[in-house]
Each structure stands twice: as structure tokens, then as C-alpha cells.
Write a protein that binds this ligand. Structure first.
Ligand SMILES: Cc1cc2nc3c(=O)[nH]c(=O)nc-3n(C[C@H](O)[C@H](O)[C@H](O)COP(=O)(O)OP(=O)(O)OC[C@H]3O[C@@H](n4cnc5c(N)ncnc54)[C@H](O)[C@@H]3O)c2cc1C
Length: 405
């Protein structure tokens, strides 16, 4: 007979979101299993993913509260200023962290380091078990819980099943939750550059007619670029010899960083919006990209994911303290209500910005520049936008509030 391993929560998907959830649940002593087809400590590959993530202040507070942020703080770059402008226009909105307090607006951290820090923290938590690499063959839900059958013949039983298996989540389909995709027809080109002059902690976003171009400061004299271009053009640009690629980048960055040199492989990521009609099903919840895959234009995808994770972990821990079932309908209804508004707003904002800036009609360009100039002169509006970008606005879970760290 198949032996059944029992947990409070089973998480399918051990990417950055699933692992962050395991850190939160494990910190509260909630028995959690994470299933992922990837090895937990995968050996570094020469074609490694060069992506970095802008971790907003609210997200950093949460990661700190669940014991995972120290290595990210030590190996990441604080964001001290943000500048947003249209192409090479002299008009820009400039956000300085000192306008809203003495903490950075966030940190730029390499995804490889985020993952390493999350795995290290999970390994310290006796309540968390990693089944990595492993895949599931099927899941079955009933009134009392969920059963996950693994390809290696193992069987897991839990009160709550969480789908954290990414934008194209198969588990979401299996749970009967419908997703809608919108292909932006763009790829995001990502690469790391070393430069001659310091970046001074400035993150910049330039909106060019052919796509947004972000320069994110990294430790040392290095920066990461995220450059969205129409797919065929992105493929051509990504395949340019290093010197020609750097010349294209330099034309967009300008002289600010001095001479540039390529310091990573160049990778492209298809930009597709994925939205769902609900975040829960019987005994199951979606988190992270499985719940919403958004355009990286505002660097908010994982920050939104962490707000899912913090909310779900808080509901689960509060119920566990009262001896209540984590997968009961009222727990799932609370999660659905909490996450709906934030997600809908951010999908609309990122999709809207992309459409607004994708259009090169002159009156629209003038209006955008007037908008930048106006926002830059309105301290109240600026502080509001900053707090939104820093993830410190809205109905925040406890671990994202200032006293949490
Ligand atoms: C170019 C780019 C730049 C970005 N920049 C930022 C940024 O600056 N700030 C920010 O907040 N966000 C950013 N994002 C978004 C962020 O990267 C994503 O939101 C985040 O990586 C989502 O993580 P996830 O764990 O939810 O999903 P994924 O990373 O897709 O992880 C899913 C996991 O599920 C596993 N899995 C899938 N199917 C199965 C299965 N059947 N069985 C077992 N395991 C399975 C996979 O192996 C994987 O480990 C960016 C995205 C892109 C593309």
C-alpha cells in the first residue's frame, strides 16, 4: 500500500514564490511540503538566468520577517533614486528615497541569490520538506483535503493545495481555473553590464517608441538592463556580437555610466500577460505568476507575488492558532477577497503604461511629457507613486508593515 505523507499545506512549484511561501509557513511551524521538478540546489550553469529582481521595501520587510532577507541585503544593491523619462527627453520624473524616509526604495537582487537565500532559509525550518526534484501525476480534492500523487509513487495529503507553478500553470488548469493570455508580441532582453562610472544607486526607466528600457543598479559598477522589443527584433538584437550589442545599449543608456562592457549572457523572455477569473478552487489557492503574470515594465511581478504569499500565510497562521482548517471555504474566500483588488489594479496599471508608451503619435508624446513635468512638480503625487512602487500602500499583511522587520 502507498504510504501517505501528511502536511497542512502542499505547494506545487518551488520557484521564488513557492519557496517564499514555504519560508513564511515554516517560520510559523506549519507543516509544508514543496514539490518542484527542479533540483533545489541546482549546479550553476554557464547559460544561467541573468535576471535580477527589484525587491520593494514592503517585500523586503516581509522577507526579513521570515528570516530570508539578510543574504539579499548583503549581496544586493539599495535603490536610492528612480528616474523615469520618455526616450532621451530632458523632462523626467525623479524619485529620491529621502523624500519618503531614510530607507532605500528597494533592493536590486540577482534571482540566483534570491533563490539561494530562500533555499538556505527553508533548510533551517523543520516544518518544511522539499520534494525537489519531483513531479505530480495527479491531484484529487475532497471535502476534507487534497491528495497529490507523485511520479515516484509517493502520495501527499494536505488541507490546502497551493499552485505556485508559474504563468503557464498546469495545476491551475487541473483545478478548473480559467486563465486568459494576452501576448504582448514583445520579448524582454536581459543582460548585465559592467561600467566605468558609478551608478549611485539610480534605477532608470526610459520609454522608447519601440519599447521600455530599464537600467537597474547592481553591486559594484554593474547594472542590469531589461529591454522590451518586438519579438523578432529582440531575437536579432540578442544575437548580435557582444561589441555590437553593447553599442546598441550604449546608445540608449547615454553617457551617464561611461564605457560599458557585457558581463553576462544575453537572454530573452517572452512577455505575456496571464490573468485568471478566480484565485481559489476547492481546497486550493493560486499564488505568484500562477495567479497573475504581468508585464515587467514596473518591476512588480514578484512583489505582487509576495503580497499573495504574505496574505495567504497570515490567513493560514491565524487559523492554525485557533486550530482551524487552512483549506476551509471561509479561509479561501478571505484570500480571494484580499488579493483581488491589488491584482486587478496592478494588471491594469502595467498593461495601461505599456499601451500608453507603445504609441508614438505626437500629441500623445507631448501629453506624456507634460504629464512627467507635472508629476515631477507635485510632491504629494510623487510621494504617492513612490509609496506604491515601494509596496508600502494598501491593505498590507502584517509582515509587510514597518514594525515587522
Ligand atoms: C524580464 C523580467 C524581469 C522581471 N523583473 C522583475 C522585477 O524587477 N521585480 C519583480 O517583482 N518581478 C520581476 N519579474 C517578475 C518575476 O520574475 C516573476 O513574477 C517571478 O519570477 C515569478 O515566480 P514564480 O515562482 O511565481 O513562478 P516561476 O518562476 O515560473 O516558478 C514556477 C516553478 O514551478 C515549477 N513547476 C512548474 N510546473 C511544475 C510541475 N508540473 N511540477 C513541479 N514543478 C513545476 C517550475 O520548475 C518553477 O520552479 C520579471 C520578469 C521578467 C520576465
Amino acid at each position: 500500500m502507498t504510504e501517505i505523507a501528511r502536511f497542512d499545506v502542499a505547494v506545487v512549484g518551488g520557484g521564488m514564490t513557492g519557496l517564499a511561501l514555504a519560508c513564511a509557513l515554516g517560520t510559523d511551524g506549519i507543516a509544508t511540503v514543496v514539490v518542484d521538478r527542479m533540483e533545489a540546489e541546482a549546479p550553476p550553469s554557464p547559460n544561467a538566468d541573468p535576471r535580477v529582481t527589484a525587491i520593494a521595501l514592503g517585500s523586503a520587510r516581509f522577507l526579513d520577517a521570515v528570516g530570508a532577507f539578510a543574504p539579499m541585503r548583503a549581496g544586493g544593491q539599495p535603490i536610492l533614486d528612480i528616474e523615469v523619462r520618455e526616450a532621451r527627453s530632458p523632462v523626467a520624473v525623479h524619485y529620491d528615497h529621502a523624500a519618503v524616509g531614510d530607507e532605500p526604495m528597494g533592493w536590486i537582487v540577482e534571482n540566483a541569490l534570491i533563490r539561494e537565500a530562500l533555499i538556505a532559509r527553508v533548510r533551517e525550518l523543520p516544518a518544511v520538506e522539499l520534494r525537489m526534484p519531483a513531479t505530480y501525476t495527479d491531484v484529487f480534492t475532497d471535502r476534507d483535503g487534497v491528495t497529490v500523487d507523485l511520479a515516484d509513487g509517493g502520495r501527499l495529503r494536505a488541507g490546502l493545495l497551493v499552485a505556485a507553478d508559474g504563468k503557464f500553470s498546469k495545476l491551475r488548469d487541473r483545478l478548473g481555473i480559467r486563465a486568459t493570455y494576452k501576448d504582448y508580441g514583445q520579448d524582454g532582453i536581459v543582460a548585465t553590464l559592467a561600467h566605468a562610472r558609478p551608478h549611485d544607486g539610480l534605477a532608470s526607466e526610459h520609454f522608447f517608441p519601440d519599447g521600455p528600457f530599464a537600467v537597474l543598479p547592481m553591486p559594484g559598477d554593474r547594472s542590469s538592463i531589461v529591454w522590451a522589443l518586438e519579438r523578432a527584433l529582440a531575437a536579432e538584437v540578442a544575437e548580435l556580437p557582444a561589441e555590437a550589442f553593447v553599442a546598441e545599449v550604449a546608445e540608449r543608456v547615454g553617457a551617464r555610466l561611461g564605457d560599458l562592457e557585457l558581463a553576462s549572457p544575453v537572454r530573452t523572455f517572452p512577455l505575456v500577460l496571464a490573468t485568471v477569473d478566480r484565485f481559489t478552487a476547492t481546497r486550493a489557492a493560486l499564488v505568484g505568476d500562477a495567479a497573475h503574470g504581468i508585464h515587467p515594465i514596473a518591476g512588480q511581478g514578484w512583489n505582487l507575488a509576495l503580497r499573495d504569499v504574505a496574505a495567504l500565510a497570515e490567513i493560514t497562521a491565524d487559523r492554525a492558532a485557533l486550530g482551524l482548517d487552512p483549506g476551509a471555504p471561509d479561509a479561501l474566500a478571505a484570500y480571494e477577497r484580499w488579493r483581488g483588488v491589488d491584482t486587478t489594479a496592478l494588471v491594469a496599471i502595467t498593461d495601461g503604461i505599456n499601451r500608453l508608451f507603445a504609441n508614438d503619435v505626437t500629441p500623445l508624446r507631448i501629453a506624456r511629457n507634460l504629464g512627467f513635468a507635472a508629476v515631477d512638480r507635485l510632491p504629494f503625487a510623487k510621494r504617492l507613486f513612490m509609496r506604491h512602487a515601494m509596496g508600502t500602500l494598501g491593505d498590507l499583511p502584517r509582515r509587510m508593515r514597518p514594525s515587522a522587520a
